[in-house]
Write a protein that binds this ligand. Sequence first.
Ligand SMILES: [Zn+2]
Length: 375
Amino acid sequence: MSLTSLYLLYPLILTIGFGSSSEEHDALPLNYLQVRPGSSSFKIALFADLHFGESAWIDWGPLQDVNSTKVMSVVLDQETPDFVVYLGDVITANNIAIGNASLYWEEAISPTRARGIPWASVFGNHDDAPFEWPLEWFSATGIPHTHCTLPNSSGSGEQECSFRGTRRIELMKNEIKQNNLSYSRNGPKDLWPSISNFVLQVSSSQDPDSAVALLYFLDSGGGSYPEVISSSQAEWFNRKSQELNPSSRVPEMIFWHIPSKAYKKVAPKLGIHKPCVGSINREGVATQEAEMGIMKLLVKRPSVKAVFVGHNHGLDWCCPYEKLWLCFARHTGYGGYGNWARGTRILEITQQPFSLKSWIRMEDGQLHSEVVLSS
Ligand SMILES: [Zn+2]
């Protein structure tokens, strides 16, 4: 779908060109998306665990990035979503030797950008992980001399090695600065070291002031700091949700990368049985390191319908937990562990009456695991 079919009420001018403190971003007007005129629904694709930039010095590294781009392209062309969420582990920073990891980040978002589809992203545990020196570089074969060349570079544009990594704040600022279609924000400064904390509103096609849904994005940590959603992030969510949706009238959805401990409680034991819905259940849930209050707040709000995470490549189920749903996305990228077939979780938000449906679209075009998460 083209940009013309999507109303971007607050042009991204609001979010670009900043260089000032991130506290000011929190004070900016809420960013709006809108259901297309003539349409009754708003569709979101979740690209999870792409892991761009792995082993750039070996042929299979760049090749798997090409394959990940193909998966995204197939899904975008078949589903024509209104919006894309990059659900963390966009890059594998522990493998990235070049000085500016944003070059890989840009490669990962390029299929979405090329189709004029807006997106937002949250961080995973690999996006700013420190570089891990391969031990074999210290053997007789030595350090490969091509390890600082970008896969798509023309040859003349060799990148400088740094091995220092690119910080979350830099990755996020670069994404926003370089992309008019990015709806990402670096969240309030007082939530540091977490960065990807922000809210977006999906508005009705008839009235931009009428919210159909609120999308909350949280940084679940990992990489340069522990895998946790802090107490101050929980407090921020509490404040924001009270301010934007005091009566809990507007349905809310939550996006972050690493599953909370509640996922472990509802995880199906063998296979996947009702009320859970999904197709792969091939590993244990790898949860955040600690729980600092966010789940308690979520279950107390009747408007919170579902949480969406990535991180576990061998899980793609949704299971109910109290009055909401806990869902995994689907491993989208060829990077990262596991050889399960690649796909993408799709969300469809319908206005008047509200409903939230989801399914998984595979690279080969198959569709499965349809579930109604709220109606
Ligand atoms: Zn992860």
